[in-house]
Design a protein around this ligand. Structure first.
Ligand SMILES: [Zn+2]
Length: 309
């Protein structure tokens, strides 16, 4: 596994270097959608963002033939999430497909219940592999227990795929959030679900232990932008639905931060010095305190660029 991850990192770095060449664009302070209280959101007659308080967003495509979900909430929130899905128009049918956008427990908490019911659980192969291991995050000691076999994704892929109903899915190979991020694209309503490869609110979690890194955040957003068009609605796991313009703005912001951190790393600065330099200061009024994000991002550069990687 580490070999695979490191190989991937190098590929991601090679890709990002080109993307980030040239002067970083500076953002004027731009307004962001007010977080507010987000309820369920109808994207099309058969497509909804289901928002249960305290849970990451779940996307539900409903039909008379059954229901497709992108992510399933946490284990503690699973019952509430599934109840909210069943209450949607045409939502009470059997769930037949569940996508895991990545391995985190906020996304995979319905796996056990739905897996036991024989539902197809689709994920990138790296996501499945993480779910077969106990994981401890080194920066805060948080532990994650591996999932039982029945809860693990039972249909994995490396590159991309599509379903009979035209839904497309694929790998966001930049390691924006983890090394197993996927997108799900609904062509007719032009909706792109991206999990935590983009955030609609607040600073991202940089889970460098399972492959995410600051360069991958930029690369992932570039990939999302390339895949989308100006009318695409991009649905993140956290916060409001994003527009093409939002993604463009985020690429500028994270690209600028990435450049700053890279410069500090090259001067031999430590993560603490990186945090103290406040490289995201100009965005904090809009985005909130960036210290945790900057520390994890700096560490992620170490994880990717250190000589033994
Ligand atoms: Zn996550």
């Amino acid at each position: 596994m580490p070999q695979t991850r490191r190989q991937l990192l190098k590929t991601a770095i090679a890709g990002t270097a080109g993307i980030l060449a040239g002067p970083g664009l500076r953002l004027a302070a731009a307004q962001q959608s007010a977080p507010g209280a987000l309820g369920n959101e109808k994207l099309a007659d058969d497509l909804y963002v289901v928002r249960v308080p305290g849970e990451a967003a779940v996307i539900a495509q409903t039909s008379a033939n059954g229901v497709l979900l992108v992510d399933g909430g946490s284990a503690a929130g699973s019952d509430a999430v599934l109840k909210a899905v069943a209450a949607l128009p045409n939502g009470a049918g059997k769930i037949n497909t569940l996508f895991n956008t990545h391995w985190h427990p906020e996304q995979t908490g319905s796996n056990e219940k739905l897996g036991a019911a024989g539902i197809t659980i689709i994920a990138h192969e790296n996501t499945r592999l993480w779910l077969t291991e106990n994981i401890t995050w080194p920066w805060n000691g948080q532990k994650f227990k591996k999932l039982p076999k029945i809860a693990q994704p039972n249909k994995t892929f490396y590159d991309k795929g599509s379903l009979d109903n035209g839904v497309q899915y694929g790998y966001i190979s930049d390691a924006a959030h983890t090394d197993g991020d996927l997108y799900v694209y609904f062509p007719q309503p032009n909706v792109l679900a991206v999990g935590n490869a983009a955030y609609g609110q607040g600073w991202p979690v940089v889970d460098w232990w399972t492959g995410g890194w600051i360069g991958g955040i930029v690369g992932g957003l570039q990939r999302i932008k390339h895949f989308a068009n100006k009318d695409t609605r991009i649905v993140p796991a956290v916060g409001p639905v994003l527009s093409y313009a939002d993604i463009t703005e985020q690429i500028d912001m994270y690209g600028t931060i990435y450049d700053s951190l890279n410069r500090m790393l090259n001067k031999g600065h430590s993560p603490s010095e990186g945090v103290a330099a406040k490289p995201a200061k100009e965005y904090e009024a809009k985005m909130g305190n960036a210290d945790e994000f900057i520390r994890r991002s700096f560490e992620s550069l170490w994880a990717y660029l250190s000589p033994d990687a």
